[in-house]
Design a protein around this ligand. Structure first.
Ligand SMILES: [Zn+2]
Ligand SMILES: [Zn+2]
Length: 81
């Protein structure tokens, strides 16, 4: 009796998917999704705004936040994106 081998790769992939459809700060669905410059990580606009007021760095990669860009705004102006 040998134990069935498990693949850890599948687990990593499902985590990445989860990150993509939830805001990493509130762990809820996106409310006005926005991305950070220059690292392009995504958060709710309200979540990252509040975070940046206490700590001006990305919660995921710790890079300094240069600016917060609302994706909703970008959709209306393709010239900017
Ligand atoms: Zn959020
Ligand atoms: Zn980042």
């Amino acid at each position: 009796t040998s134990p069935a081998p498990r693949s850890p790769a599948q687990r990593t992939q499902s985590m990445a998917t989860e990150l993509d459809d939830r805001c990493p700060i509130c762990l809820d669905s996106w409310e006005e999704p926005s991305h950070l410059m220059p690292c392009l990580h995504r958060f709710c606009y309200r979540c990252i705004l509040r975070w940046a007021q206490s700590k001006p760095e990305c919660p995921l990669c710790k890079r300094r936040i240069a600016s917060i860009v609302s994706i909703t705004q970008c959709a209306g102006s393709p010239l900017i994106c």
